[in-house]
Write a protein of this length. Structure first.
Length: 568
C-alpha cells in the first residue's frame, strides 16, 4: 500500500526512544531463540514504549517534506469538488424531487420550530417567494429534524427565496466531506498520494455531485456517518497509544510486565474520540433512522479493534479484557450519548405546543406507562407510527430501485427533467434537455463494486484491518436495505455508503502501486495504470456533468449518455 507512516515522536522524547531502541537491539542480539511471540521470548525488550508502538501502530515516520501535503492535498480536492457543486447551484430554480418536502419543512422550522402543513399547489407560490401556503396545522412527517435544520441554515443565511440558499448546506456538506474523506484515506493508508486520490474520486463523482446540489436528507446521513467513522479511526490510534504507554509504564517501574498485568491488560480510561463518534451518530440518526446501522456497526468495530490491540500487545485473555476494560465504557460513550443527542434534535418539537402528536399522551392516559413524562410518551407514539409507515411503504414508483441494482446503477433517479424546443429557454436545436439525474460516474461505481468484492477476499486471506473497516462502513450503508425488497427505495440512498466504496477503490489502487521499495519498473507500470484510471474517471465526469447540473444540452446528446435503457 505504499509507504506506511506514523506520527513523529513527541518533542523531548527522542533520547528516551533512542535508548529504548538500543536496549531492545542489545536484548535481541543476546536472546536465546525460543518459539512463540517476541513478548514471551524476550519481555524486557518487547514491552518498551518503542517496541509496543511498532507492534501496535507500525514504524515509519512521515517525511517532513510531505507534511505540507497532508493538508494541502485534501484541500485541493475539496476546492475542485466545491467548484463542481457551487457553480450554478441555484439552477434549476424549482423544487427538485423530494425538495418539495424538505425545503418547505425547513422554512417551517424557521417560522415555528416544527413542520406545518402547506396548502395544495404551494410549490408554484413558494418558488416565487410567496409563502402564504404555510398553514397553522402541524404536518405529519416521518424523518427526524437534523437534516431539515441543516437545510434551514442555508435558507437563514441567504433568504428563503434563494434557490442557492435552499441548497447551500448540502453543497457545503458535500464539499467538506471530500476534505474529510481525503484525510481519512491518508490516515488509513499512510499515504498523502492515496488521500488525494480518494478526495479526487469523491470530488468528481456524479452521484455525490447531484446529492450535494439538491436538498435531500441523504447527503447529511452520509456526512455524519463519515464524521463518526473518522472519529472511530482516531480512537483506534488513541487507544493503541494508551495501551502502549500504560504497558511500557508498568514495565519501566517493575522491570517487566508481569503475568498478572497481562491477564486482561490495563484499563485505558475515557476515550474522547468515542464520545465524538457518539455525538456524530446521534446526529446521523437524527437525520434518518438508517443511521442506527452505522451506530451498531462502528460500535462493534471499535471494540473488536481494542480486542486485536490487546492480542498484539501480549494480553492473554484479550477478548475478555477488551469487553471488561473497554466494552462497557465504549457502550456508554457511544450509545447513550447518541440517544441523548438524538433526543436533543427534537428540541423544537418539545418546545412547541401543537406540533404533530405533541399532546397525544394527554389525550391517551395510561395506567401502565403514566410514570413516563407525557412529552416522551407522545414522542414514542409518534415514532411508532412513523416506523409502521416506513416498514409498510410499498407504493410503486417509476424510479424505485432494489438495493441489489445499486451495485451496477441499474435504476438511477431522475430528479428533474425539462425538454424545451427550439426558441425556448435558449434552446438552439430542434429539441433540448435539461436534466438532473442521480447517476454516478460509471468507472468509479462499477470499479467500486468490484473493489469491494476484491477487498472481501483481501480481508479473508490477509486479515487487513483497513479492508475490514471499509467493508463495515459499506455494509452498514448497503446491507440493511436488502432486508426490504418490497419497500419503495431509491438509488440515491446509496450516497450513505459511497465514501467507503471510494476508499475501496483507493485501497485497490494502492495495492496496484505496491510498496515504495518495489522495483522501479513495477512502480512505473503500476503508476501508469493508476494514472490512466484517474484520467478516465475525470474525463467521464466531464462528459456526464451536464446531466448532473441541469445544463441545457441537445436532446440527442442527452440520449448518448443513457448507456442502459433503465437509465432513462
Amino acid at each position: 500500500m505504499g509507504r506506511v507512516h506514523i506520527n513523529a515522536p513527541e518533542a523531548g522524547a527522542g533520547a528516551e526512544a533512542g535508548a529504548e531502541a538500543g536496549a531492545e537491539a542489545e536484548a535481541a542480539a543476546t536472546a536465546v531463540a525460543k518459539p512463540g511471540p517476541r513478548w514471551l521470548r524476550d519481555p524486557s525488550a518487547a514491552f518498551t514504549r518503542s517496541a509496543l508502538a511498532r507492534r501496535l501502530m507500525g514504524a515509519y515516520q512521515t517525511p517532513p517534506s510531505l507534511r505540507l501535503w497532508f493538508w494541502l492535498g485534501p484541500a485541493l480536492t475539496a476546492v475542485i469538488g466545491g467548484v463542481l457543486r457551487f457553480v450554478r447551484l441555484g439552477d434549476p430554480h424549482a423544487l427538485v424531487f423530494d425538495e418539495t418536502y424538505y425545503i418547505k419543512d425547513a422554512y417551517s422550522y424557521l417560522q415555528s420550530g416544527y413542520e406545518r402543513n402547506w396548502a395544495e399547489k404551494a410549490n408554484d407560490l413558494f418558488v416565487k417567494g410567496n409563502y402564504s401556503g404555510l398553514q397553522t396545522s402541524p404536518e405529519y412527517v416521518v424523518h427526524p429534524p437534523v437534516g431539515k435544520w441543516m437545510i434551514a441554515f442555508g435558507m437563514w443565511l441567504f433568504g428563503p427565496d434563494s434557490s442557492f440558499g435552499w441548497r447551500f448546506s448540502a453543497a457545503l456538506i458535500g464539499t467538506v466531506s471530500i476534505f474529510l474523506l481525503a484525510l481519512i484515506a491518508q490516515k488509513m493508508f499512510r499515504s498523502t498520494l492515496l488521500g488525494a486520490v480518494a478526495g479526487l474520486l469523491f470530488a468528481v463523482d456524479g452521484h455525490a455531485i447531484v446529492q450535494s446540489r439538491t436538498s435531500l436528507l441523504d447527503i447529511f446521513v452520509m456526512f455524519w456517518a463519515l464524521v463518526a467513522f473518522g472519529a472511530v479511526l482516531m480512537d483506534r490510534d488513541d487507544g493503541r497509544r494508551r495501551l502502549a504507554a500504560r504497558l511500557a509504564s508498568l514495565a519501566a517501574r517493575r522491570g517487566q510486565v508481569g503475568p498478572r498485568e497481562l491477564l486482561y491488560g490495563p484499563w485505558l480510561g475515557f476515550r474522547w474520540w468515542r464520545l465524538a463518534a457518539g455525538i456524530a451518530l446521534g446526529l446521523c440518526i437524527g437525520t434518518k433512522w438508517s443511521g442506527l446501522f452505522f451506530l451498531a456497526a462502528f460500535g462493534v468495530m471499535s471494540v473488536v479493534w481494542d480486542m486485536n490491540a490487546r492480542r498484539i500487545a501480549g494480553v492473554r485473555y484479550w477478548i475478555t479484557g477488551a469487553i471488561l476494560k473497554d466494552g462497557a465504557v465504549a457502550f456508554v460513550s457511544m450509545v447513550p450519548v447518541a440517544a441523548v443527542t438524538y433526543l436533543a434534535t427534537w428540541t423544537g418539537w418539545f418546545l412547541s405546543k401543537d406540533a404533530y402528536d405533541r399532546n397525544w399522551a394527554a389525550s391517551n392516559p395510561s395506567q401502565t406507562w403514566g410514570w413516563i413524562p407525557a412529552s416522551l410518551r407522545s414522542l414514542w407514539h409518534y415514532h411508532s407510527t412513523a416506523y409502521a409507515f416506513h416498514t409498510g411503504l410499498s407504493t410503486d414508483h417509476p424510479y424505485k430501485a432494489n438495493a441489489w441494482s445499486w451495485l451496477v446503477m441499474g435504476r438511477p433517479t431522475s430528479f428533474y427533467s425539462q425538454y424545451p424546443v427550439k426558441g425556448e429557454d435558449g434552446c438552439t436545436v430542434d429539441k433540448c434537455a435539461a436534466m438532473v439525474t442521480s447517476l454516478g460516474n460509471p468507472l468509479i461505481w462499477w470499479g467500486g463494486s468490484l473493489a469491494v468484492l476484491f477487498l472481501l477476499g483481501v480481508w479473508i486471506f490477509r486479515r487487513d484491518w483497513r479492508a475490514a473497516a471499509i467493508l463495515v462502513g459499506f455494509g452498514a450503508g448497503f446491507l440493511p436495505w436488502l432486508l426490504y425488497p418490497e419497500r419503495t427505495i431509491f438509488f440515491f440512498y446509496a450516497i450513505a455508503y459511497e465514501p467507503y466504496m471510494i476508499l475501496g477503490v483507493t485501497m485497490v489502487l494502492g495495492l496496484v502501486l505496491g510498496r515504495a521499495d518495489s522495483p522501479p519498473w513495477r512502480r512505473q507500470q503500476s503508476a501508469l495504470f493508476a494514472g490512466i484510471f484517474l484520467v478516465l474517471a475525470v474525463g467521464l465526469s466531464a462528459y456526464f456533468y451536464p446531466i448532473w447540473a441541469a445544463e441545457l444540452i441537445p436532446y440527442d446528446y442527452w440520449r448518448q449518455h443513457m448507456w442502459m435503457p433503465s437509465w432513462i
